[in-house]
Design a protein around this ligand. Structure first.
Ligand SMILES: Nc1nc2c(c(=O)[nH]1)N[C@H]1C(S)=C(S)[C@@H](COP(=O)(O)O)O[C@H]1N2
Ligand SMILES: [Mo]
Length: 326
């Protein structure tokens, strides 16, 4: 996001993976069956998730989560390898490869998440309590980075609303702020790239929307640190940077919180940052995107969808000028 790039926002592609032929064939058969109407509902979901899981690490701790068909996009999931080696996590360095190299060294146990501010029941929860707070669901979401690329990731977690209910926000709680850890392994903190710690925020109704996911895992396993382990937020209708990684604090506040990217470049990154193909970034178009894994020389870009395709959130912004509140 700081790096100068061409107007389409394409950065240097990493070594792309070629889909093995067998996977490709089975996917084609799968899609033909969907088209013919011979697969539906649960079976469809099960196949989609099995495919997503085909290439996990195999070494990371498994995490049981029940697929929630209401929150599954049918786009082909990004390979586990791409999702865990092409990351934005500036605390570990500003290039795409550094998070995978350095983040695994961060200690994620013990880890606590403090929930405070305008709530009747402030609490500090460790990862085991977070894992038990509500049933873990598997959801396959699109993630659209403001830089112009996207992925499709099967996350495990539950609606942030489940946690919000437990702490009982007061009527003063109009916004929610998320604060990322400052860890000794985060060498990026030594450089003033952003005003550390990384902070993000949502309006309370956005935070309460069932799509907003408190995330503890992906691909059926514990969340890798480079993807925001042990706990992060995922807000799929907003640009990726709204989905703060490795959080240690959630604060309920009265006034719109400061956010790291808005502080760094207010003209480029607004508080809302809803995915919107009609509102260009000042330095590049947001009309289309490059899906990671489809980035061969001749791969076509995909059109970017309003709210990243999550049109159910539109009522949250009824009557708002989304060019002004970008
Ligand atoms: N703390 C923190 N959270 C962060 C970032 C970051 O640099 N620091 N990068 C964001 C950006 S720009 C994106 S696109 C997503 C990427 O998530 P992923 O690596 O799991 O795909 O994380 C977001 N969360
Ligand atoms: Mo991003």
């Amino acid at each position: 996001m700081l790096i100068k790039r061409n107007p389409n926002g394409i950065d240097i592609p990493f070594a792309s993976e070629i889909t093995p032929r067998a996977v490709f064939e089975s996917r084609r058969a799968f899609i033909q069956k969907i088209a013919a109407g011979s697969i539906a509902g649960g079976a469809l979901l099960e196949m989609a998730t099995r495919e997503a899981f085909a290439a996990t690490s195999g070494t990371v701790q498994k995490l049981a989560a029940k697929a929630n068909p209401a929150y599954v996009v049918l786009d082909k999931p990004t390979s586990y390898k791409d999702a865990t080696t092409y990351n934005n996590f500036y605390e570990f360095g500003t290039d795409k490869e550094s998070p995978a190299r350095y983040a695994p060294k961060m200690q994620t146990r013990p880890w606590t998440l403090a929930i405070e501010g305008e709530v009747r029941k402030p609490m500090t929860l460790d990862i085991d309590s977070l894992l038990k707070l509500a049933p873990l669901e598997e959801r396959i979401y699109r993630l659209r980075c403001v830089e112009g690329w996207s992925m499709v990731i099967p996350w495990s977690g539950y609606s942030l609303a489940e946690l919000i209910k437990k702490v009982e926000p007061t009527s003063n709680a109009k916004y929610v702020e998320f604060v990322t850890a400052e860890d000794k392994e985060m060498h990026g903190l030594r450089r003033p790239v952003l005003d550390w710690p990384y902070v993000e925020g949502l309006r309370i109704d956005e935070a309460l929307h069932p799509l907003t996911l408190l995330t503890l895992g992906m691909y059926g396993e514990v969340l890798p640190n480079q993807n925001g382990g042990p706990v992060r937020i995922v807000v799929p209708w907003k640009y990726g940077f709204k989905s703060a990684k490795s959080i240690v604090k959630i604060r309920f506040v009265k006034d719109q919180p400061r956010t790291a990217w808005n502080l760094a470049a207010p003209r480029e990154y607004g508080f809302y940052s809803n995915v919107n193909p009609q509102v260009d970034h000042p330095r590049w178009s947001q009309a289309s995107e490059r899906r990671i894994g489809e980035d061969g020389l001749f791969a076509k870009k995909r059109p970017t969808l309003m709210f990243n395709g999550y049109s159910q959130v539109a009522p949250l912004y009824a009557g708002m000028d989304l060019k002004k509140f970008f």
